[in-house]
Write a protein of this length. Structure first.
Length: 313
């Protein structure tokens, strides 16, 4: 199954499980993949920034791709292929497609400043990975420091048939979604899938603005699935009520530096991974931070039974 403009729902940004010694925990890769699918994910995105892709050797990255694709029950798997050079980008993208991936996610490097530079980069990236590889264009200025205007996004999508999805992570970015959907409505832009990131912290209003769903991580991806479904069904108040219940934990998990540690801790509490370990260099949670997350889970459990988690040691 190849990625195309009809993609919608929740493509969970997957964590990468590690053992306490820093080695890949492939059994937990299986376990976590099952967890995401059981939560109702419509696709998976692996080897992203919060998947600690930058800490993996090339063969380890492909081992994760092979394991997830084999376990994903036929659901589409998008692979993060961003790399400093096009040779590495081409290898991970093409080898992943050979293993059964649905497409590649590519973010611009932080050296780009002008629209022409950004457009030229994507032209070169498409040429490097091949026009037969569906591409998800990642617009994440908070991480890349690259400001992608509506104009340059339209240009990239229009010039490259293989660019079929936008991962929208601008902040603030609601007006960007509206502008792109207006361009589609007027016939000035081809149909494109828009999935949103940033840990889901604006997903309630992003759905209102016309997003097709989420491509992000959160320790309760099943909540993201429910929110997207409620929004698509026109149950706006119910979607916002659900979002509001989770917002304190979403906010806590969104903290720079420690956010991944929080997410992995809750995934461990939920039994989705055997360990909440990260590979070096890593962030860590203090005893006080763990107590705060446990407190947030207890408060969330009053409104969402999925947060009633057994203690683990």
């Amino acid at each position: 199954m190849k990625l195309d403009h009809t993609a919608r729902g929740v493509y969970v940004i997957a964590a990468t499980p590690f053992a306490p010694d820093g080695s890949l925990d492939l059994d937990s890769v299986d376990r976590l993949t099952d967890f995401y699918l059981d939560c109702g994910a419509t696709g998976l995105t692996i080897l992203g920034i919060l998947g600690e892709a930058q800490k993996l050797e090339p063969e380890e990255s492909l081992a994760v791709v092979r394991r997830v694709v084999a376990r994903a029950r036929g659901l589409p798997v998008v692979v993060g292929a961003s790399a400093p050079g096009f040779a590495a980008m081409r290898r991970i993208a093409r080898d992943s497609m050979d293993l059964g991936a649905a497409g590649a996610m590519i973010a611009p490097p932080n050296t780009l400043r002008t629209d022409d530079q950004i457009a030229a980069f994507y032209a070169q990236a498409v040429g490097a990975v091949g026009e037969d590889v569906p591409v998800c264009v990642q617009d994440h200025p908070l991480a890349t420091n690259v400001q992608m205007s509506v104009g340059v996004i339209r240009r990239i999508l229009s010039e490259h048939a293989s660019c079929v999805m936008l991962k929208h992570e601008d902040w603030p970015g609601l007006e960007k979604i509206s502008a792109l959907r207006a361009a589609q409505a007027s016939g000035d832009l081809k149909p494109v899938s828009i999935l949103c990131g940033n840990g889901g912290v604006f997903l309630d209003f992003e759905m209102d603005r016309g997003a097709d769903g989420a491509m992000t991580g959160y320790a309760f991806p099943d909540m993201l699935v429910d929110l997207v479904n409620l929004s698509r069904d026109g149950q706006r108040d119910a979607a916002h009520d659900l979002f509001d219940a989770h917002l304190p934990l979403l906010r806590y998990e969104q903290q720079p530096g420690v956010g991944l540690a929080v997410r992995k801790y809750v995934l461990w509490r939920r039994g989705a991974i055997a360990h909440d370990a990260q590979r070096m260099p890593r962030s860590s949670m203090t005893a006080a931070a763990r107590a705060e997350v446990d407190y947030l889970l207890a408060r969330l459990a009053l409104r969402d039974a999925r947060a009633r988690l057994p203690a683990r040691v």
